[in-house]
Design a protein around this ligand. Sequence first.
Ligand code: ADP
Ligand code: SF4
Length: 687
Amino acid sequence: MNADSPYAILFEPVKIGPVTARNRFYQVPHCNGMGRGFPTEMAVMRGIKAEGGWAVVATEQCDIHPTTELRSQIRLWDDRDIPYLARMTEQVHKFDSLAAIEFVHMGYYGSNLESREPLMAPSGRPGYQTIPAYARTMDKQDIRDVRRWHKAAALRAKRAGFDIMIVYAGHNLSLAMHFMSPRLNQRTDEYGGSMENRARLFRELIEETKDAVGDTCGVTVRMAVDELMGERGIMGEREGSEVVEMLAELPDLWDVNCSDWKNDSITSRFSEEGFQESYIDFVKGLTSKPVAGVGRYTSPDRMVSLIKRGVLDMIGAARPSIADPFLPRKIEEGRIEDIRECIGCNNCVASNNKDVPILCTQNPTQGEEWRRGWHPETIAPKDSDDTVLVVGAGAAGLEAARALGQRGYDVTLAEASTTLGGRVARESTLPGLSAWGRVRDYRAYQISQMATVETYFDSAVDAAGVLEAGCSLVALATGAHWRRDGVGRAIDDPVPGLESLAVYSPDDVMAGAEITGPVVVYDDDHFYMGGVVAEALRNQGLEVAIVTPDPVVSSFTEFTLEQSRIQKQLLKAGVGIVALHNLVELDSGGATVACVYTGKTRKLEAASVVMVTTMEPVDGLYHTLVARQNEWADHGVRRIVRIGDCLAPGTIAAAVWSGHRFARELGHPPGDEFPYRREAMALSPDY
Ligand code: ADP
Ligand code: SF4
């Protein structure tokens, strides 16, 4: 990198004990829903981050023993686990990056539903997961066992080729942290009481890892220095600073953050870039070792400022590295406008929490790197003379046009309105969702740089327009709209009385409809839309009640780690929450709702109702064109497909992915063959 670049400081090497990171970019451990179930996919995904310039690439948490397991994380239980992790280190080393592994024993946080081993805790207590299991108090032998397993895992990790061993005390899911916690450790022996005692296990794990592998490997820590729960939890001015001060020079690097996961990976709806800085900025003053930290950093200027102000030595990132695995390389090459910035939506987190390989709203190649061979930065050049008409410039249409343009195809992008972005443009006007506009902004800029993509605004295309456009391939990305009649999961037929008062959909709210209160928002969608529409209407000063058949509002946002924040925000704003009720009928006075269990009804006064129940495709154009299929050949049209919400309404992530898939597979749609590579598990010979 040019030494005069304002970003040169980000590319200085950082010494981490006996190893050296080639720059300051540190992909911190992050879950990916792949774990041991999809080892090659995981290895290739990590390797691509190394290729993209992350000097350190870490695994997710690695379970060290059968007494600790939850979901499909990686494991180092015995030597049989070494080969699949070695595959990851091979991939990372191909690009001269350092491979790091994060060891965990989860104590009371695990489920152990697979291994059926009893849970353990510093002091006996109910297990963290909502299962009927109670962790026993660990005795001295248990503590010695955990130390032994941890050391054995480090030795195996070294054989697997890892360069950095991370001793983990974060996110309320590691025993080392549980011992330090004021609420979880009530022991009276040398592992309880004073801070020195409560940090004893953490110290021992660091020391023993150094003894085992510290001659050739960096031994670092990942520690939550604040739990954001006041007196009950670890606090920066108390445990956080005391432990950092006590163990200041022991690890080779301090990676520090807030706990638990929902406080660490806050969505953009509830936090800005850099939200963790004020919680961790004391750490560098207490140690001479390098310090890493996260905060959904995507701005290179912000990163430089963090280094220059002495807050961090390494820029940690999980989500920004998922949204753009090539973020460091783009900064190094001065291609700042090309950065695909994370939008902070946590759909990646949700897929991990659903136990499937993670996807990403911004990066449709996430999780497809090996199985479909999709690289985030490269794509096959065009291999046909096709020209392509994309109708609709929402999430799907923009991504299809962008990726087709990257392949070198001539693309006509026709948009009915005067703006790009479709639902992304609309939804990013809702409270807290402005960062979602990045889905549009990244693609709009890329397309603006492409000579072969022509965008036409104010161009509502009909069937004749499609046929006369003269393109051989057509992708209809005309989106979806929300129904207004209440039909959805819980209601099969239009709600009686729809004509008796003003009924709206989220589309109307986003279009700025003048809605009078009181308003009932009926949410049978359960993701973000119901809650955020209620919030938007309340912000207009209207009296608002949100009705949902679920026990809590926006229940799916449990998976994006937002549910409790959403419920709290609505309650604080004065939105009435009517949970466990269905909408029964409307009349001029309001809405009748019924308890989902007893059927007992009650009346809610309302002048308006907003239905957040079902999206249905805007696919009339497609069906008209199918009816005129006999005319296609005369117009040189070879194929017409639907993509995004026009094909199947869903998330923005799914629409982007659909547009990307169309561009990748153009001319080569998968036949009846299985559409992606699968990793077949080897059958055990002991049978
Ligand atoms: P998706 O999420 O699938 O991309 P969006 O709702 O975000 O769907 O975007 C659909 C886009 O298609 C909107 O910008 C809309 O204005 C545009 N559109 C819908 N019908 C037509 C049409 N007949 N011609 C041109 N553009 C259209
Ligand atoms: Fe960021 Fe959303 Fe992608 Fe996760 S899914 S990395 S939060 S853009």
